[in-house]
Design a protein around this ligand. Sequence first.
Ligand code: ATP
Ligand code: MG
Length: 461
Amino acid sequence: MTRRPSRVPAALRRARFAPAVLEVLRRLDAAGHRSWLVGGAVRDLLLRRRRLDPADLDVATPARPEQVSALFEKVIPTGVEHGTVTVLGPGGVPVEVTTFRGEGAYLDGRRPSSVVFLSEVDEDLSRRDFTVNALAYDPLGGELRDPFGGQDDLRRRRLRAVGDPAARFAEDGLRPLRAARFAAQLGFALDPATRRAIRPALAVTAKVSAERVMAELSKLLLAAHPAAGLALLDATGLLEVVLPELAVRPPAARRHAYEVVRRAPRELPLRLAALLHVLPRGGDPAGGAEAAARARQLLVRMRFPGAVAELAAALAAAQGCVLAAPRPAAPRSPAEVRRFVAGVGRERLAPLLALWEADASAARPPARSRRELATLRALRARIARVERTRPPLTSAELALDGRAVMEALGLAPGREVGEALRHLLERALEDPGLNTAEALTSELRTWWARRPGRAAPGAPG
Ligand code: ATP
Ligand code: MG
């Protein structure tokens, strides 16, 4: 076994890998299958982004899946056809072990038509996407394999495809999206040839499943440098594949959206809302039920989880964009503020204000941004003042419930009960002092007496 510890950077030499992982490597080695830690964990350790969780460590081995299975008591066949099994190491710690492999021709731009198992670690590294991901470390033998200059690219903070970028992207359309995602996570630039190879491969990327695209976009949005990743999607044409609705917006609106994403809290619904808040509202006024429904459909079509889509769409529609005209004025009077908070919902108020702040702080020119931030600050103060008295904002918070309404009016359950509660809430939003059983009952009787036979429930005044 070659021992070249001096070549191995300290970040790897000093790393304390989980005993379960080392034990799995030891047992494979003892059976004559020299095995390696590969992929993202090696990259991240070299970057001093600590990644020692066994779940993040991938083991690559020349042993075939059935040979691996024979060496351990507990093995789960996670993806045997691709050469991956999950070994339960000491203490039941799961460790993913994948046989060195190369890939046959890609037929659909996503999956290789066949997998060939290999015996050399360098051959396994040659099928990997970027040089910084094509590193293998053997902590027992103290050797780092870096056949494509990955360490040099780590130092230069550069993503470079392994081999011919055009060929690698034509094989697998997910790789350009991974490039943008890694750029966002690592803050790296793309090597020029790698970057140029993206556009000719857009048709291949268009074949990638919505689930995979959603997963990459989510990681990109939650990364440390999301605006850089988004700018890369934008400049390479990937945005037209991933989110055509945004790609057709004017460049200034797109740039603003990326800036708002960067400033928004690191939560998926908020970052999605920031991305989508520049989509046209189609004449839909403030609150924007239609705009919200459209945005939700878009996100569901992109396979975002329902709850994420729902919240992101609601926030994007409620916010609109501070740069878009016309925009409704911020609520001023206490009644307007109560209606606003009731419309947003108390539980969505904090994320909405966070989005608003990101939107306002990203606005240009700076004077505009300062004005928008001042407006927001004043609104926050008004909301705090109004909320100090905890006014009723939903019909559940009214001093009368549906049963009391039915009793007072002698009604059976039905549409009128809901109408009555909506009317009472409307009145209580105007004047929270009305929220006592007596005052609401009297208000209810007046409303009922004046209610025209079958007319639709009208807005007051
Ligand atoms: P992270 O776990 O942070 O997402 P990672 O680099 O570990 O980053 P994974 O998706 O876990 O990425 O993949 C593990 C490794 O497998 C990568 O480092 C890379 O070497 C290889 N790999 C993954 N996907 C591809 C692909 N589409 N084409 C080529 N190699 C890939
Ligand atoms: Mg990984």
